[in-house]
Design a binder for this molecule. Structure first.
Ligand code: KIV
Ligand code: NA
Length: 278
């Protein structure tokens, strides 16, 4: 199968063929997501919370992103991969933004990078990256890198004033060259409006049914390593319990000398004969 392109995603919006995106942070998960037939993989900076154990995405570094993006891209060579630019990696100067972007994009082999927000700084960064030939996915609404400015993980755009601002932001992001926009944590009526207003695909998470596509975190979909989830998550599987049971069984069988059995051991007839007659 060929990796889809930004044009394919524009066509999918046109033909109302829903775009599916799932996060993956390493080789086996990326492999599974590709085999599941998702259109895009997001190596999200949510990895800071989901697999590194931080309480927000703020501590995630370029090196963290690179490490995981390289592993994920080895697992999904046929899938369009988007990598998050982490906290403060695109705010200091265009020069620094470009050198960070170059590192993430070139070394990971990803197809696009994702940036949060629609401030002048972010719009400038999106233009600079697009100019350099790097496709950019935008991300507005609940933008976790700004959690402390927003005052918590809260739904955004609930009143007419802030909704209008988000519609304008989406338009500006499209004009700056973004190839798609992630809409996170906003009312479904607002994401419907944004989806109708702009020409690039919207990919929702906690943004309702009207988006051109949907994204969820891998660990949330399969309920892996967490037991509380935001309202917008649906668990499609529950792997935590079977994993813990398997691990417990190993511990117990080693303790009781039930493992390893002969079938899990190597044999040498020569050695067996030698040591028997010694
Ligand atoms: O990092 C991430 O997983 C994301 C999604 C929530 C869109 O940015
Ligand atoms: Na993210």
């Amino acid at each position: 199968m060929n990796v889809k392109t930004t044009l394919d995603f524009l066509n999918m919006k046109e033909t109302r063929d829903k775009i599916t995106m799932i996060t993956a942070y390493d080789y086996p998960s990326a492999k599974q997501v590709e085999q599941a037939g998702a259109d895009m993989i997001l190596v999200g900076d949510s990895l800071g919370m989901v697999v590194l154990g931080y309480d927000s995405t703020i501590k995630v570094t370029i090196d963290d992103m690179l490490h995981h993006a390289k592993a994920a891209s080895r697992g999904a060579p046929d899938t369009f991969i988007v990598v998050d630019m982490p906290f403060m990696s695109y705010h200091i100067s265009t020069e620094e933004t470009l050198s960070n972007a170059r590192l993430l994009y070139q070394a990971s082999g990803a197809q696009a990078l994702k940036l949060e927000g629609a401030t002048d700084k972010t719009l400038q960064a999106i233009k600079a990256l697009t100019d350099a030939g790097i496709p950019v996915v935008a991300h507005i609404g609940l933008t976790p890198q700004s959690v402390n400015v927003l005052g918590g993980f809260k739904v955004q755009g609930k009143d007419v004033e802030s909704a209008k601002r988000l519609i304008k932001d989406a338009t500006r992001l499209e004009e700056a060259g973004a190839i798609a926009v992630v809409l996170e944590g906003i009312p479904k009526r607002l994401s419907e409006e944004i989806t109708q207003t702009i020409h690039i695909p919207t990919i929702g998470i906690g943004a309702g049914i009207h988006c051109d596509g949907q994204v969820l975190v891998y660990h949330d979909i399969i309920q892996y390593g967490a037991d509380t989830f935001p309202k917008f998550v649906k668990n499609y599987a529950s792997v935590d319990q079977p994993i813990k049971e398997g691990l417990k069984q190993f511990v117990s069988e080693v303790k009781s000398s039930q493992f390893p059995t002969d079938t899990h051991s190597y044999h040498s007839e020569q050695l067996e004969a030698y040591f028997e007659h010694k």
